[in-house]
Design a protein around this ligand. Structure first.
Ligand SMILES: Cc1ncc(COP(=O)(O)O)c(C=O)c1O
Length: 388
């Protein structure tokens, strides 16, 4: 007898994770693989974070915490907004989450019903779309181009509403993955006002704040109290596997987020919460990582054109460069497989970020060590010489 299998459970894979699996398989078989596929710092958590974790292991029973997180961490996050953005924020509006990924689940479930529509930019981070689909919310693509620096605008939102009808939410990321582009303060202000004026719940993914290469990353919290501000310790704080992040949430959804968090997660890993309190005082160590990312970015922007990748996104922030490769392939997944097999360089195909147009794009992650990034550029240049 055929047993029931859900339709909503059949979400797309997160292709980067599949590439990582294949790259790891090759590595385990003895191949020399250079990882430029996954968006993960090559560094560990800051030393002070590790020290707090080690002490906590010996002194704390590490039981459950309150669902919205431990008070010292929520207070320290609120203080961060005062220090970084000059915003006076009540710690009560801060919610600690299981990475930003756990935050998205709480935001989507508290703000939207099944059948609601949430707009997002293509190209964009694939899990937004895949999580929305899994919980029955309709993701609506905004096709962005280099002309608007791959970011949604009120004009693009108007066009999307004309095409699809009512839009209930918008997800924006600045700096963005995979393009690294940022919204300027005026653009963020226009977008938040547009959302507030039109009853659209904004979710602002600010996970790459702190990793910028010149400009300033603006928080939507400067312009509205109705949005979800999503952030994480994964990227700037170099703590991917600790699975801890946070959100600043709108007051009207406070109890709803709390009840969802209680039931879905009970609480965020206690050890990670305790240790994360120390992360905000590690900026000297963490800014050295950012200097490395900036050096890697400059290296790739200089060297990739010599390997045939000459149309590259601006990469204002984060650690990604998005490249147009329609002169090389109509199948970026095949190109990535080929490059992995022939050069050992692991890259992410654009189809992860833009299912249709992504067949002609690929993403380079430069979160790794500079010698690895330089070696990858060298191998790609050798490959390009052999095929051109
Ligand atoms: C734009 C963006 N948002 C969210 C995440 C998820 O990060 P985490 O769940 O580790 O906080 C990622 C990870 O790559 C990302 O690129």
């Amino acid at each position: 007898m055929m047993l029931k299998r859900s339709v909503r459970g059949r979400v797309h894979p997160f292709i980067v994770m599949d590439v990582l699996k294949e790259a790891n398989r090759r590595e385990a078989a003895g191949e020399d693989i250079l990882h430029l596929e996954v968006g993960q710092p090559s560094t560990s958590a800051p030393a002070a974070v590790i020290a707090v974790a080690q002490a906590a292991l010996g002194s704390d029973k590490l039981g459950y915490t309150e669902a919205l997180g431990i008070s010292p961490l929520r207070a320290r996050i609120a203080q961060y907004y005062s220090e970084r953005h000059d915003i006076d924020l009540a710690a009560d509006r801060v919610v600690v989450t299981t990475g930003s990924s756990g935050g998205f689940m709480l935001a989507f479930l508290s703000a939207f019903d099944a059948g609601d529509r949430v707009a997002l930019a293509d190209p964009g981070y694939p899990a937004y779309r895949n999580i929305l689909s899994a919980v029955g919310i309709e993701p609506v693509s905004i096709q962005t181009t280099l002309a608007e620096r791959y970011q949604p605008t009120p004009e693009l939102m108007e066009r999307t509403r004309r095409e699809f009808g009512q839009i209930d939410g918008l997800i924006v990321a600045s700096p963005a993955n995979p393009t690294g582009t940022m919204l300027r303060a005026t653009e963020m202000k226009e977008l938040t006002s547009y959302c507030d004026d039109n009853g659209i719940r904004l979710i602002s993914d600010e996970i790459y704040h702190g990793i910028t290469h010149g400009g300033v990353a603006e928080t939507a919290l400067n312009f509205t109290d109705n949005a979800f501000i999503v952030n994480s310790f994964s990227k700037y704080y170099s703590m991917t596997g600790w699975r801890v992040g946070w959100m600043v949430i709108p007051e009207d959804l406070h109890r709803s987020v709390e009840c969802l968090a209680q039931n879905l997660f009970i609480s965020v890993p206690t050890l990670s919460q305790r240790a994360a309190c120390a992360a905000f005082d590690c900026t000297e160590e963490l800014d050295k990582n950012v200097a490395r990312y900036s050096a890697n970015r400059d290296l790739l922007l200089r060297e990739l054109p010599k390997a045939g990748f000459d149309r590259l996104s601006p990469a204002d922030g984060a650690f990604y460069i998005y490249a147009e490769v329609d002169h090389l392939t109509e199948d970026s997944e095949a190109l990535c497989r080929q490059l992995l097999a022939e050069t050992g360089v692991a890259l992410a195909p654009g189809t992860d970020f833009d299912r249709d147009r992504g067949r002609a794009t690929i993403r380079f992650s430069f979160a790794g060590d500079t010698p690895i990034i330089a070696a990858a550029a060298g191998r790609l240049q050798t490959w390009w010489t052999s095929v051109s």
